[in-house]
Design a protein around this ligand. Structure first.
Ligand SMILES: [Zn+2]
Length: 121
């Protein structure tokens, strides 16, 4: 009987440790996603700013460089794609709810749908 109790205790302790490890893992992943997101956002802003400056100076000089403009557009599209992947990963992790009226993804604790304004709780 004492043996059974010990096994039970060990099992409970193991479960708790597993839970704590998973929570820490989840937290670390969320922190990394947030950092990735901030890096991507600043990368996006930088590329957009440089493209803007390029288009402006080309226009001002009456010149044209579609190949270079295209390169910037490609870089920006790539960063945007990575940002939306990051958003999708975050949405999954935060277990967003779905608005029953319009189907938009909403925060689980939102009172109203930010898209259609439906009352959620
Ligand atoms: Zn809605």
């Amino acid at each position: 009987m004492a043996r059974g109790m010990l096994d039970e205790l060990m099992e409970a302790a193991g479960e708790a440790a597993g839970k704590a490890a998973r929570a820490a893992e989840n937290l670390a992943a969320r922190g990394k996603e947030k950092l990735d997101r901030m890096a991507l956002e600043s990368e996006l802003a930088k590329a957009q700013r440089q493209l803007g400056a390029l288009v402006y100076s080309l226009k001002k000089a009456g010149e044209d460089n579609p190949a270079l403009v295209d390169q910037y557009v490609e870089v920006i599209a790539d960063v945007e794609r990575r940002l939306s992947e990051n958003e999708a990963a975050q949405a999954e992790r935060y277990c967003v709810s779905i608005c029953p009226r319009c189907g938009a993804q909403v925060a689980p604790d939102a009172l109203f749908c930010p898209k259609c304004g439906a009352k959620l709780s």
